[in-house]
Design a protein around this ligand. Structure first.
Ligand SMILES: [Zn+2]
Length: 398
C-alpha cells in the first residue's frame, strides 16, 4: 500500500541532481521540482519522486492543494530538558543587564528539583511545539543536571524522544565546584562519562559537547574544553562544541582540529577561525543560532561571509530557557535572511541538509529515504522568511 502525494506546487528535495533544471541558483541548491508528486510507502519510506504528470498509480492519493513541501527541519542544537521559568531574566536583559552564562544555575536548581514525569511532560510539549512548526528531527543536550544522576536522568528522558542526544555535563561549572574547577572537569571526564557510556559508547548519548567560552567565568577555557572533548572522543562519542559565542576564543579552532561534527554559535570569528572552518568543510559544520543573538540583543554572526568562504553553515534554534526560548526554525530562517545575508534557499538548506549532516544524517527527499516532510501553506519555500512570524509550516503527518 503506497500513498501518492499530489498538488505539490514546489518540492525541495535537497538533491541538486533531482531538480527540474531551473536556472535559479537557489532552486539548483535545493533541487527544486515544480508541480511535483511523491510516493510514500505505508512504513514511511519515499518510493518515488518526480514531476506530477509522470507519477505512477498507487492505492491511495492525497492532494496537498498547491502547497510547497520541504524536508522536515533538523534542529541540531537544543537544550529541551529543563524546568523553571527565566522570563524575568529575559525582561531584565532587554533593559540592559548583560548575559554572562550565570543564569544557567537557576535552571539547574529547577531541573534538579523536578520529578522525572514533570521533565518528561515538559520535553514532550516542546517537541510537539517544534513539530507543529515543521521540525521532524531534534538533537537534545543534557546540561541542566550537572550531577552524575541528574545528567543521566536528563539523557534518558531525552533518549525517549530522539536518538540524537548529547552529553553536556560541561555546560557550566556548577556552583558547588566554583572553587575547584579541576575537580568538576575530573567528574565530567571520569565518573559521568563512564556512566553515560556504561551500556555501550552511544547507548545513552550520541555526542559530547562543551561550552568553551573564556569570556564567561562559568564556562570552560580552551585547555579544559580540549580535555573534555578528548575524553569524550576516546569513549566513542562524536564531538560538538559551543564556541566563540560571547567573544573571540579557541572553541572554533579546537573543534576543527579535533574533527568535531559541529561548532555552534560562531558569532565572534577572526580570519584564522574562518580559514579553519573552510579547511574543515565536509567534516565540521558551523552551526549558527541567530535566535540567541535576537534574544540577547547581540550582533549576529556573518553567515554570508562564512558561506562565501566555503564553510558548511547550518542553522538551529538553540532552544533553551536562558538565551533563546524559541523552538522555531522558521524564525531562525527569517533572521538568517534578514540579518545574516543568507538567501532563503541557503537558509532552508542550512536548517535541513547541513544541520542533518552535523548529526550524521542525510536529509534529502529521494527514494529509500525516510519521508520526514514538512508542508508550507504557500506555493514556495520563499514564504518561510517572507511571512516571518506567521504559522504556515508544520510537519506533514502521513
Ligand atoms: Zn546551546
Amino acid at each position: 500500500m503506497s500513498l501518492l502525494l499530489t498538488g505539490i506546487a514546489e518540492l525541495t528535495t535537497n538533491d541538486p541532481a533531482r531538480g527540474d533544471g531551473h536556472a535559479d541558483p537557489g532552486d539548483a541548491l535545493l533541487g527544486v521540482i515544480r508541480d511535483a508528486a511523491l510516493v510514500v510507502s505505508d512504513d514511511g519510506v519515499v518510493e518515488w519522486v518526480g514531476a506530477a504528470d509522470e507519477a505512477p498509480d498507487t492505492d491511495h492519493r492525497r492532494d496537498l492543494g498547491g502547497r510547497a513541501v520541504i524536508p522536515g527541519f533538523v534542529d541540531s542544537h537544543t537544550h529541551l530538558v529543563f524546568a523553571g521559568d527565566r522570563s524575568a531574566e529575559f525582561a531584565a536583559r532587554m533593559t540592559g543587564t548583560p548575559y554572562d552564562g550565570g543564569g544557567i544555575a537557576v535552571s539547574v536548581a529547577a531541573t534538579r528539583a523536578a520529578s522525572d514525569d514533570e521533565l518528561r511532560a515538559l520535553v514532550a510539549a516542546r517537541v510537539a511545539e517544534m513539530r507543529a512548526q515543521g521540525t521532524t528531527t531534534v538533537e537534545i543536550k543534557s546540561g541542566y543536571g550537572l550531577t552524575l544522576d541528574d545528567e543521566l536522568r536528563s539523557l534518558r528522558i531525552a533518549r525517549e524522544v530522539t536518538a540524537h542526544t548529547t552529553f553536556l555535563g560541561a555546560h557550566v561549572v556548577p556552583r558547588e565546584y566554583a572553587s575547584d574547577r579541576a575537580a568538576y572537569v575530573d567528574l565530567v571526564t571520569g565518573p559521568m562519562l563512564d556512566a553515560v557510556t556504561a551500556d555501550g559508547p552511544t547507548a545513552l548519548a550520541e555526542s559530547i559537547d562543551v561550552f568553551c567560552e573564556p569570556h564567561s567565568a562559568h564556562a570552560f577555557d580552551g585547555d579544559e574544553a580540549r580535555t573534555i572533548l578528548e575524553a569524550g572522543r576516546a569513549a566513542g562519542l562524536a564531538l560538538r562544541v559551543h564556541g566563540n559565542q560571547l567573544g573571540p576564543g579557541p572553541g572554533v579552532r579546537l573543534a576543527c582540529e579535533l574533527g568535531a561534527r559541529s561548532v555552534d554559535h560562531c558569532t565572534f570569528l577572526d580570519d584564522a577561525d574562518v580559514e579553519a572552518l573552510a579547511a574543515a568543510r565536509g567534516a565540521t559544520v558551523a552551526t549558527l543560532l541567530p535566535g540567541v543573538e535576537f534574544s540577547t540583543r547581540s550582533p549576529y554572526p556573518d553567515g554570508r561571509a562564512l558561506i562565501d568562504a566555503g564553510v558548511d553553515v547550518a542553522l538551529a534554534s538553540d532552544c533553551n530557557p536562558g538565551t533563546c526560548y524559541s523552538s522555531s526554525i522558521p524564525f531562525a530562517i527569517a533572521l538568517a535572511v534578514r540579518e545574516m545575508g543568507m538567501t532563503p534557499a541557503e537558509a532552508l538548506h542550512a536548517a535541513t541538509a547541513v544541520s542533518a549532516r552535523s548529526l550524521g544524517l542525510d536529509r534529502r527527499i529521494a527514494p529509500g529515504q525516510p519521508a520526514e516532510l514538512a508542508v508550507i501553506d504557500a506555493p514556495s519555500h520563499l514564504h518561510l522568511a517572507y511571512r516571518a512570524g506567521v504559522p504556515i509550516v508544520r510537519a506533514l503527518d502521513l
